[in-house]
Design a protein around this ligand. Structure first.
Ligand code: KIV
Ligand code: ZN
Length: 510
């Protein structure tokens, strides 16, 4: 079907990637990068193979000008570009930074001419022509953008593009500044511009309706040979077209070449995430944590025997520098659990595997994501290593006092290997006091933190069976869960904690 649809397209053989992470991307609310951070990202973009790095808007601040200069000084393979309005001072600021290219822009839509620029169409056209001539007179490449092109009268838009082409612009850009296009409209507009000018066409789409990538690709289908995009889709408001999605769609689906070394996409995304502080949702395509993770039994079974069964195939995790992960949770199946256990070097028989899978699903039903350490602990418990006689810690005695006259207090006696340990503590309630007492007693051996506590009544009534699930962490960062079910909430809590403590000690003994 894709091949059939290709017939009506005017696809270029290759597409240049114009990265604007350091300019439009830095306009993401709350993002502000230091000069050093911008240089670090520019080096990574160069390693990734982007054709052009828009390093910043030099007139906007001293720091910005310094960052653009520093990036231009780096001697990168990528061309370095600075942004300017169609004003001589702005262009001079870019030229001072010794950039390879100046990206000059001016509003062209009626709404922006009337409310922001307050200039006539003729004045704007003249300013654009003057700016382009001035840039070309200084011997650098010139990219011209008609800001808000997609809300501009098409005849006027074409008139201004033809005028800047005549003035020497090397390439023109069609910005969908407020992200209002849909793919068929972007295709139509791009073809009209394509038929009117001879110089290459670039696109810059914003993601207000989540269509930035689709609209950019539609422009490529109509002949655009350069796409402006950002790492992690950063940018004003809802951001710009995402570079990773554009590049992988072009490479894997359209069969159009780019110069991007796709194996560096994941590490580039992670670097930008860390330096900008903008966290990526796990379900983000290509570079999100879950992009190649499989949990459901049906999917993991398929992926383990042949990855393409539940992955696109045209794009593998290796191609983008990511990893395939099998995770366990309520949708886990025996194949996925077995694969994870094998990776940990744990050997189980069929009966054990069924029991382990059941317990993993059980935890998943409680909304828990089963960590590797949990899975190992579950497997060990099932394999009989947490049998009564093998318990490292065991509860011997527990006494709790509570009421309106005393602070809830608990005393506890534990067997630790062949010693008996005794201690007491207080808490905000009887459960808190009991758990504090257990932790205090064990603290002589290991400081164990309680990071999560979950209580659920399985049956109704005041004699309900209470199921307690705790998450514990030891000083080495091992995270395990412990669980127990009893009608007595205090006892269930203490037993859950002791089962978790046993798991930690067993893990550590290994
Ligand atoms: O969104 C936009 O129109 C821009 C221009 C400067 C190209 O960022
Ligand atoms: Zn923009």
């Amino acid at each position: 079907m894709i091949n059939k649809s290709r017939k009506g397209m005017n696809l270029p053989k290759s597409v240049k990637i114009f990265d604007t992470t350091l300019r439009d991307g830095e306009q993401t609310p709350s993002v502000a990068l230091t000069v050093g951070e911008k240089v670090t990202i520019a080096r990574q973009l160069d390693k990734l193979g982007v054709d052009i790095i828009e390093a910043g808007f030099p007139i906007s601040s001293k720091g910005e000008k310094k960052a653009v200069s520093k990036i231009a000084e780096e001697g990168l393979t990528s061309k370095v570009c600075g942004l300017s309005r169609v004003l001589t001072n702005d262009i001079d600021a870019c030229l001072d930074c010794d950039v390879d290219m100046v990206h000059t822009f001016v509003s062209t839509s009626d709404i922006q001419l009337e409310h922001t620029l307050k200039k006539s169409k003729e004045e704007v056209l003249q300013m654009a022509v003057n700016a382009v001539s001035y840039i070309k007179d200084h011997g650098v490449e010139c990219l011209f953008s008609a800001m808000d092109a997609t809300r501009t009268d098409v005849d006027y838009l074409i008139k201004i593009y033809k005028a800047v082409e005549e003035a020497g612009a090397d390439i023109i850009n069609i910005p969908d500044t407020v992200g209002v296009m849909i793919p068929p409209a972007m295709r139509l507009l791009t073809s009209e511009v394509y038929n009117a000018v001879k110089i290459p066409i670039d696109v810059h789409c914003h993601n207000d309706f989540g269509l930035a990538v689709a609209n950019s690709l539609a422009a490529v289908e109509a002949g655009a040979s350069e796409v402006q995009c950002t790492i992690n889709g950063l940018g004003e408001r809802a951001g710009n077209a995402d570079l990773e999605e554009i590049v992988m769609s072009l490479t894997s689906i359209y069969g159009v070449k780019t110069n991007i070394k796709t194996q560096y996409l994941f590490e580039t995304s992670k670097l930008v995430e860390r330096l900008t502080g903008v966290k990526m949702p796990p379900n983000f395509p290509i570079v999100g944590e879950n992009a190649f993770s499989h949990e459901s039994g049906i999917h993991t079974h398929g992926v383990i025997s042949k990855a393409e069964t539940f992955e696109p195939g045209l794009m593998t995790p290796e191609m983008v520098g990511h990893k395939r992960r099998i995770v366990s949770g309520k949708h886990a199946g025996t194949h996925g659990v077995l694969a994870m256990l094998e990776e940990m070097g744990v050997k189980v028989n069929e009966e054990m595997l069924r029991e382990i899978t059941m317990r993993v699903k059980d935890l998943g039903d409680k909304g828990k994501r089963v960590t590797d350490a949990d899975l190992k602990a579950i497997a060990e418990a099932v394999m009989g290593e947490v049998e009564k006689e093998k318990k490292i810690v065991d509860l011997k005695e527990l006494a709790v006092m509570t009421g309106n006259m005393v602070l809830p207090t608990a005393s506890v006696k534990l067997r630790f290997k062949d010693k008996e340990l005794v201690g007491a503590d207080i808490g905000v309630g009887p459960v808190d006091a009991a758990l504090n007492a257990v932790r205090r007693v064990v603290k002589g051996v290991e400081d164990i933190k309680l990071t999560e506590y979950n209580l659920e009544a399985i049956t109704g009534g005041s004699d309900a069976l209470a199921e307690v699930l705790v998450k514990l962490e030891d000083s080495k960062g091992n995270v395990v869960t412990g669980r127990a079910a009893r009608e007595d909430i205090v006892m269930a809590s203490v037993e859950a904690m002791i089962s978790g403590i046993n798991r930690i000690f067993l893990l550590r003994e290994k």
